[in-house]
Design a protein around this ligand. Structure first.
Ligand code: SF4
Length: 357
């Protein structure tokens, strides 16, 4: 992994939603553990992939990094400076950190042209001065929509999904960001045009030296595009490593499961992902290792105590008891149990505070 200081860093980010279950006035609010204690660093000129099934918390993580969702706890640092909680300074933050969403059709207003969608961020962020036409053309050239005149006065419905997603990236580039958070940017596109978009993201990394977060459920595309990869399961990070290493030598059984379901020309048909069970309900995540109900290697300790992150190679961490020597497991266990108690106390305090509000 790169030793450059992070452009954007999230430390111990946690997001719990209090959700009312049922229609009755006596219905109690329950805690949904969307993201628990996730740390992540994004560096200039690198793509970091976050991989996981739906409901793993990866999109909520992207929204916390974009400061659209306020973390329950944890901190954000942009170029080493801690960001305030809440909306203070949100506009200047957005000029550095831009979010590109999965569905380009719903993220663009259908009654406005490409020209409008690109001019608006330039104006809001005070970058519309000088030759506006030249700036608009330059944005479209940077996302390979050429000649620009062919696209500027078109409406969203006149463009293909791939062209529209390129406009989404041009809109993000309009404010001169240092970081782009791309939430499943190719998953709604035809398979035939996904590769073009992945290559565009790779170009932006290299030519513009952007720090890029690439959220995906497709571990094969993470291997193709990303420099570093993080695997999330049920709101937690279970493994992180350089992307090639993670896919060549997975150290966590869940990563192995994701890889077994990825398309492989050597296999006649992909293995179904849910070979055993499904991701847990995040209202009451399983105790111990959250993956234990699905894990083919589950041991007794896995059912009671969360595994610590263990270094399994250079810059390679996996949270799995298989990597703690059997003789050392009991020594690690009390410290993890104490951590869980602390987390439970914090959760109780937060629930009490939310009831008072
Ligand atoms: Fe499986 Fe246990 Fe490792 Fe969890 S900690 S992945 S249950 S072996």
């Amino acid at each position: 992994m790169s030793t450059l200081p992070p452009t954007l860093e999230g430390r111990s980010l946690t997001k719990h939603f209090l959700v009312k279950k049922g229609q009755s006035m006596f219905s109690r609010r329950q805690r949904l553990h969307a993201v628990d204690d996730v740390s992540i660093s994004l560096r200039a000129g690198r793509v970091t992939a976050v991989v996981g099934e739906s409901g793993s918390g990866k999109s909520v993580l992207a929204r916390m990094l974009a400061r659209i969702v306020t973390p329950t706890s944890g901190q954000l640092f942009l170029q080493g400076e801690q960001m305030p909680v809440g909306q203070a300074g949100r506009r200047s933050y957005a000029s550095d950190v831009q979010l590109v969403l999965q569905d380009p059709f719903s993220s663009m207003n259908p009654v406005h042209t490409v020209r409008h969608h690109l001019t608006r961020p330039l104006m809001i962020h005070g970058r519309a001065g000088g030759d506006l036409e030249e700036k608009l053309a330059d944005l479209l050239v940077r996302v390979s929509l050429q000649p620009p005149d062919r696209f500027l006065d078109r409406y969203p419905h006149e463009l293909s999904g791939g062209q529209l997603q390129r406009v989404s990236f041009a809109r993000a580039l309009a404010v001169g960001p240092k970081v782009i958070l791309a939430d499943e940017p190719v998953s709604m596109l035809d398979v035939s045009i996904r590769l073009g978009l992945l290559n565009l993201i790779a170009e932006l990394r290299e030519k513009e030296s952007l720090a890029i977060l690439y959220i995906t459920h497709d571990i094969a595309s993470a291997r193709y595009l990303a420099d570093d990869a993080v695997v999330m399961y049920a709101g937690q990070v279970v493994e992180r490593a350089p992307a090639r290493r993670l896919t060549d030598e997975p150290a966590h059984p869940y990563t192995e499961l994701l890889l077994s379901a990825a398309p492989d020309p050597a296999r006649a048909a992909p293995a179904p992902l849910a070979t055993k069970g499904a991701p847990p309900r995040l209202f009451s995540p399983p105790p111990g290792c959250r993956f234990h109900p699905r894990c083919p290697h589950v041991m007794e300790i896995c059912r009671t105590t969360p595994p610590p992150p263990v270094e399994t190679g250079d810059s390679h961490l996996a949270s799995c008891w298989l990597h703690v020597p059997a003789g050392s497991r009991q020594a690690v266990q009390p410290a993890r149990a104490e951590l869980s108690n602390k987390q439970r106390t914090t959760a109780r305090k937060e629930t009490a505070a939310s009831k008072k509000e």
